[in-house]
Each structure stands twice: as structure tokens, then as C-alpha cells.
Design a protein around this ligand. Structure first.
Ligand code: CP3
Length: 344
């Protein structure tokens, strides 16, 4: 089925486009007054995430409000560890919290193999509703956490300053670490394949805690599992976002993904040299640019677009912060949409 706006998929597949597509990580969320209103009515983040009608509604809010070139499924990476047997809570203004964590190798026996149709049906039903509402207008992005990032939550049980619990587990129990990462990888492949079957057009792996590993540890404990997921999925294009792992750009250029997501610490010209045309690139405006005046938002966005050139998906270098002025988010989106490669 052809989409009326397939800019994102064309760039991911390295076809030519007249301008870069634009969307924002965390576009569905607190930046939108209609999201905040819904969150006041529906108590608790999980009551949104687990309700397919509300998932559909929240996914479409930024599409209507901002006119972005892609929708991203409203859900959370933490539904996977939960389906594997570690339920999470989203504590207001604090973030995720897991009651049970993986503290020793023997705890792996408490985890289950995931059947996404059985345990994550609320996500898949949400995807089907969203696809119906989008009616082939723009692509829908599905996602999952990269295995290392999910491992961090399973061991730490929450965010951390040092991540010393998760990193200590790698050094103390390398074999059990690989076993756990393999289990997460298998669950993630099944989950992403179910999202694709339900209708998503591209998938993104969020390796949000990639940057806390040394290059050597990243090569051992993250990259092989990301690569395994990318090799298992050939139905749709794949984006990998290795937040903070500037050292991983070379290796990512060599695996079976289509797009590499960059954060704002990664220099655009240097990245283009390393990647050398092998992948499309996504990113990477500093989200804090959107706190500046509109004229600065515009000039910084144009500077970024010119630095990337073609084969680029415009986005921020990480999720948009909840208190960002909505007019500046619109200015960012509109600046990209008014840009044209011809004549540049
Ligand atoms: O991008 C989108 O618009 C789609 C929705 C989406 C959410 N979480 C919704 C959400 C996506 C893609 C995610 C992924 C996610 N979740 C990541 C990877 C991306 C990243 O930011 O690095 C991570 C690390 C999580 C875990 C998570 N979920 C944390 C740490 C938090 C609390 C802190 C925060 O950023 O608010 C969440 C909650 C969460 N997930 C919210 C949203 C909209 C905020 C909930 C609310 O306040 O209503």
C-alpha cells in the first residue's frame, strides 16, 4: 500500500527526496496541551500505555498539532522487561521503578519467554487502530529498547547516575550477562515482528544508555545483539540510535541497519566521513536550541540541514524536553518542511 507521504521511508531506503522528512523523538507527550489534559483525566502513565484507544489518540496528537512526516507509536521500551516477568511502575516526576530486579545469575530463571500476541496485545491493537486512522497518509514508526538498555533497567531497576550495578554485573557475571542479553534479544525480535505484522513501517532501536559503556564493552555487550535484531528483521527499514556512543559509528555503518540516529555530541561532518554514505543519518539538533528565540531555532535548524545534506532525517539529538515552547517545536518542523534540496 503506497503512503501519500513516504519521505521517511524513501530516505531510509536511500531514494531521492525533495526535502528531508522531519519528526521528533518524544513528540507524543507533555509538550502538547492535549496530552497534558488527557494525563489529568487518565490517572497513571500505564493506564494510557495499556489502552489501545488512548495509545492511538496520543500517537495522533502530534501528527495533527505539528504536521510531522511520521507518527511514532505511543508506548514505552519498558513493556518488554515487564512481559518477561519484571513489572514496572512509572512514578510521577521520578521515572520508572521496578520492584524486582536481576541481582544475580540465578534470577534469570524467573524470566519468561515472551509471546507478544499474548502479553503485549494492547500495543499491537494500538498499532492496528493507528494504521486505520492514519489511512496511509504517513509512516508509523515502531520501536523497542536495544538489549543493553533494557538490561540496564532489569539490573538497576531505575535510572542511575553511575550505572554501577549494571556495569558491575557485566564484569562479575559475563556469561550470565550474555545469557540475559540473548533472552532480551529474542523477546525483542518477536515483539518487533509482531509490531510489523500489525502495521508499523519502520522500526527504531533506542540504545539510550549506550554511552555509559567503554568502546570495548559496547562491542562485546551491545553491538552483537543490535546486529542480531537487525539481521532477523528484513520486512521494514531499521534505525539504531546509540545515544552517547560516538565510538560505535564505524561498527554501526557495517551492520544490517538502514539509519543511524545521532545525538548532538556527534559532529555531523565527522560522522559523514566515518559512515561514508553507507547509511542514512537521523538527528541531531540539541533539544535546548528549542528554548531560544524563533530566529535562532530557524537558523540553527537550517545550519543542521545544510551540514547533513542528503540522506538525512531531521530530528533532535534526543527526546524533546516536556517544557519546550510549542511554538518553537512548530518552528523547527516548519523550517524543515520549507527547506528544499534543489538550489542548495
Ligand atoms: O517518542 C515518542 O513520542 C513515543 C513514545 C515514547 C515514550 N517512551 C513515551 C513516554 C518512546 C519512544 C519512549 C522510549 C523510552 N522510554 C526510552 C528511550 C528513549 C529515550 O528517551 O532515551 C526510555 C529510556 C524510556 C524509559 C522512560 N519512560 C523514562 C526514563 C521515563 C521517565 C522520564 C521521562 O522522560 O519523562 C519514561 C516515561 C515516558 N515515556 C513519558 C512518555 C511520554 C513521560 C510520561 C509522562 O510524564 O506523561
Amino acid at each position: 500500500m503506497a503512503l501519500s507521504n513516504d519521505l521517511l521511508l524513501r530516505v531510509a531506503n536511500r531514494q531521492s527526496v525533495e526535502r528531508p522528512p522531519v519528526w521528533l523523538m518524544r513528540q507524543a507527550g507533555r509538550i502538547l496541551p492535549e496530552y497534558r489534559a488527557l494525563r489529568e483525566k487518565v490517572q497513571g502513565f500505564k493506564n494510557l500505555v495499556e489502552n489501545p484507544e488512548l495509545v492511538c489518540e496520543v500517537t495522533l496528537q502530534p501528527v495533527r498539532a505539528l504536521g510531522v512526516d511520521a507518527a511514532i507509536l505511543f508506548s514505552d521500551i519498558l513493556v518488554v522487561p515487564e512481559a518477561m516477568g519484571l513489572p514496572y511502575q512509572m512514578v510521577e516526576s521520578k521515572g520508572p521503578w521496578f520492584e524486582n530486579t536481576i541481582d544475580s545469575p540465578s534470577d534469570l530463571s524467573n524470566l519468561q519467554i515472551v509471546d507478544p500476541e499474548a502479553s503485549l496485545g494492547f500495543v499491537l491493537d494500538g498499532v492496528k487502530l493507528i494504521k486505520g486512522e492514519l489511512n496511509d497518509s504517513i509512516p508509523l514508526i515502531g520501536f523497542a529498547g536495544a538489549p543493553w538498555t533494557i538490561f540496564v533497567y532489569m539490573v538497576e531497576g531505575r535510572g542511575s547516575k553511575t550505572f554501577s550495578k549494571a556495569k558491575a554485573f557485566l564484569y562479575r557475571h559475563p556469561e550470565a550477562s550474555h545469557k540475559l542479553l540473548s533472552m532480551i534479544t529474542e523477546a525483542t525480535i518477536a515483539y518487533l515482528k509482531a509490531q510489523i505484522k500489525a502495521g508499523v513501517n519502520l522500526i527504531q532501536l533506542f540504545d539510550s544508555w549506550a554511552g555509559i559503556l567503554s568502546p570495548e564493552q559496547y562491542a562485546l555487550f551491545s553491538m552483537p545483539y543490535i546486529s542480531r535484531i537487525c539481521n532477523a528483521i528484513d520486512e521494514v527499514p531499521k534505525t539504531v540510535f546509540p545515544k552517547g556512543a560516538f565510538f560505535a559509528r564505524q561498527a554501526l555503518s557495517e551492520i544490517n541497519c538502514n539509519v543511524i540516529g545521532l545525538d548532538w555530541n556527534m559532529d555531523i561532518a565527522e560522522t559523514k566521513q566515518i559512515v561514508n554514505g553507507r547509511k542514512a543519518l537521523q538527528g541531531n539538533l540539541d533539544p535546548c536550541v528549542l528554548y531560544a528565540e524563533a530566529s535562532v531555532v530557524k537558523s540553527e535548524t537550517l545550519k543542521m540541514l545544510r551540514a547533513f545534506g542528503k540522506d538525512h532525517i531531521a530530528n533532535l539529538g534526543h527526546g524533546v524536553y516536556p517544557d519546550t515552547p510549542l511554538d518553537n517545536v512548530k518552528c523547527f518542523v516548519d523550517t524543515v518542511k520549507e527547506f528544499a534540496y534543489t538550489g542548495e
